[in-house]
Design a protein around this ligand. Sequence first.
Ligand code: GCB
Length: 603
Amino acid sequence: MKTQLCALVALLLLFVTTGQAQQPAPLITNLEGRQTIDLNGPWQTIVDPYETGYYDYRYLPSPNGYFKNTKPKSPSDLVEYDFDTSPQLNVPGDWNSQDQKLLLYEGTIWYKKSFDYHKNEQSRLFVYFGAANYLADVYLNGQKLGQHEGGFTPFNFEITPLVREKDNFLIVKVDNKRRRDAVPTLNTDWWNYGGLTRDVSLVEVPNTFIQDYFLQLKKGSMDEIAGWVKLSGARAGKSISIEIPEANAKQVVTTDASGYAPVSFKAKLNLWSPGNPKLYQVKLTSGSDAVNDRIGFRSIDTRGTDILLNGKPIFLRGISIHEESPLRAGRAFSEDDARQLLTWAKELGCNFVRLAHYPHNEHMTRLADEMGVMVWSEIPVYWTILWDNPETFANARNQLAENITRDKNKASIILWSVANETPVGEARLKFLKGLIDHARMMDSTRLLTAANERHYADATTQMIDDPLGEYLDVLGCNEYVGWYDGVPEKADGLTWKVAQNKPLIISEFGADALFGNHGDKAARFTEEYQKDLYEHQIAMLRKIPTLRGMSPWILTDFRSPRRPLPRIQEFYNRKGLISNRGARKQAFYVLQNFYRELEKEGK
Ligand code: GCB
């Protein structure tokens, strides 16, 4: 009995110290409007391919893993790791591009950062991660805070009770092993960059604080702002003021028992659009907390096969973008990276970008707001997800929810996309319908889409009739006529049929070309082939009556393990209109000319 009890206590202790996965705290939005201390810069790291710092030799979670940051107390003590003399990696940043040995590494790396913190009784402290790819176990001062799954969305933990004045050590185990049941799954066409890939910060807030809010134009209205504000740590009956000084608008609302307060007020607004990316200062205050944001207001809707921005039909002159820094060859993470990519998109003539295939960092969506670029935002439900697995679904839904939570006040975002090139079938339809319902529940103002596929109804007829289209507002379709499907001339003889009376975006087409590789236009991988393909595609797309936008594949070359061809690909997908060194290929100018023509036509 006694031994049983001891075993139980030991188990409990193991549970407490190693921690069963605890959930992150509800996400704090708009970090830029908060009091933060940045934890970026060099972190001490230990590469741990066998997860020795987590499991013991029986492959059971060890209560004395690396997260304890143990130091030998005497020369006879055996400790086989030491963060402080281990190599450093920069945060934010993927590990693959920081050390040649890690280029193809998939597994665990432990990160450690020490910090001092002056505690204040009136405030609470959170640690906020912009993203960690893919699975992050987070510990402070040897105690587990919890786990987060998903490589492209933010998460935060409260550390108020654990933080001390001196020598805090924050340790994160980041594991980027691919898994069949994960989102994305085992195979993708992009590099599996691992690590603390985005900013890490401490966020200091008052005991009761404005944790989150949703402030956008009410669906169908151009002068009514509707949404909600949520306080953390509040009892019922707290008041919150929402003010837009420049529009002379203000409302004071009162929280219910869970800290929520609905918001709804009228304001005369100068509406956001690519030609007029107007952002308003929005001030939220409650008790001792104050948060400032810059929010644009615009309406987005569909009518038949049209997409309406502020009530007027628009054409989305777009380009797809991966979150990769072309000049640094790694995951993009900085404001400079974002500005570079969006400036190139604008130079191309775009008013729209598809941020493929996962949520990009927040610099990107903030800048899109400022620069007047409409955005398609996507989660990595890509190709062959385990449609029947409830955990996979919960994971995808959580990534979608985190993405919407972070970016729901960004005017630039007009489309949430739930999937890319997923195979038609019952289980997949149920899975994706579940995601669509969830997105609509969280955000009734934006349009829902997905990049689907097409098929041949006969030798010259392209058919878009994916049953998922019934649930979407805007149909996305990827097609590679002229690349995976015949040669560029094939596009000339095709006609398109679309089953649903909805706006269509051709969300991908393209061809690989190595910059500087010249030859006959019939020769694959030459700039001439890519240019020719764009010319045939554009002629074909012009004839699709319900086409309301396009985002060809892709702005810049990007790394992919699926692309081994020596001398040409060298593990790069070469469908970029710009090379991985920033050089424009011939096709760049073909698309630029087309977009100029569209602009002249008022599209
Ligand atoms: C696709 C995928 C994209 C790939 C692209 C390609 O259909 O959506 O992720 O990179 O094709 O280059 O094959």
